[in-house]
Design a protein around this ligand. Structure first.
Ligand SMILES: [Fe+2]
Length: 307
């Protein structure tokens, strides 16, 4: 079933992400940690024909997404790279409704490469600089949250450009186990505010406040987050500050829950918008790093993909 990707609602009484559902949380948490991958290789799946994965490939994709909210795939030789193939592959995972962000191409899939001059040049994804931990679209309006993402590598950088990923549900567990008040603070509707994006005196995106953690209409956990120090305004309250610090420390420590991988040509990641970051990379003006990114309002799901 394709997720509705609805806006945040009040969690049901047995939703594990609800702070009042301790028993449901414990059961879900124990199973989640028991099944959590312990090495990045466990996230990988080979796909002979991405437009039409066979039953075994489909099951492998589903298993990774279920356990870790992410899967690292490799397209088979000769499968190609085109955006239309990414689009078709996404559809097999229930990813249909694309976010039309400021910098997306006309087909709504963004080409990520270093851009010297253009409006996009000032956004970090279009430079070769390090990119701090975040989830995608954290500045989006509440009704346009990014639930699913495909990041596909056409050409890696000569050096660098390694990604790291952490399942946002694991981040939730670590916070809640440390102090449920941290989760409570981060679920507040005014926990994290992104100031308006104003360029040349023109507001291209209004200020956007919202929670870090929310529960969508289907009961799934959603996270909007950026570790950037600039252009993020945290609610000025002790629990919120402590929770934000806890997250920062989490990313700085070596964690068994952080998976690092440098995408090769033909590889990519499908995720339910998990936390991620990227190291700096070398830039060649002719044949530099080139990735496609598709952001969806839907979560990735293999159930019900029937053709
Ligand atoms: Fe991102």
């Amino acid at each position: 079933m394709i997720s509705s990707g609805g806006v945040a609602t009040k969690p049901g009484p047995n939703n594990p992400f609800s702070l009042t559902a301790d028993r449901a949380y414990r059961a879900w948490r124990d199973r989640k940690l028991e099944r959590a991958p312990t090495a990045v290789e466990q996230l990988m799946v080979e796909l002979r024909d991405p437009a039409c994965p066979d039953a075994a490939e489909q099951a492998a994709l589903a298993e990774r997404l279920d356990r870790a909210n992410m899967v690292i795939y490799r397209f088979g030789p000769g499968a190609g790279h085109g955006k239309s193939l990414i689009r078709r592959f996404g559809r097999r995972l229930g990813l249909e409704r694309l976010d039309n962000n400021l910098c997306a191409d006309e087909d709504r899939i963004t080409t990520l490469r270093v851009v010297a001059e253009r409006r996009t040049g000032e956004y970090i994804p279009y430079t070769n600089q390090r990119l701090n931990w975040h989830t995608d679209g954290y500045y989006n309006r509440p009704q346009e949250q990014v639930r699913g993402v495909i990041l596909h590598c056409v050409r890696p950088a000569r050096e660098g450009g390694e990604n790291a990923f952490m399942d946002h549900e694991i981040a939730y567990i670590l916070l809640r186990d440390e102090n449920p008040d941290y989760v409570r603070a981060l679920m507040a509707g005014d926990a994290m505010t992104i100031p308006a994006n104003v360029q040349g005196g023109v507001e291209i995106r209004p200020e956007q406040g919202g929670p870090v953690f929310s529960i969508d209409g289907d009961g799934h956990l959603h996270m909007r987050y950026s570790a950037r120090a600039r252009n993020i305004v945290w609610k000025d309250d002790p629990d919120t500050r402590a929770a934000a610090d806890f997250l920062l420390n989490l990313f700085q420590a070596d964690s068994p829950y952080i998976f690092r991988h440098r995408l090769e040509a033909g590889q990519g990641v499908v995720s339910n918008n998990v936390l991620h970051c990227r190291t700096q990379f070398s830039h060649d003006s002719d044949a530099g790093r080139l990735l496609y990114r598709a952001r969806y309002f839907d979560r990735a799901s293999t159930a019900g993909s029937n053709g």
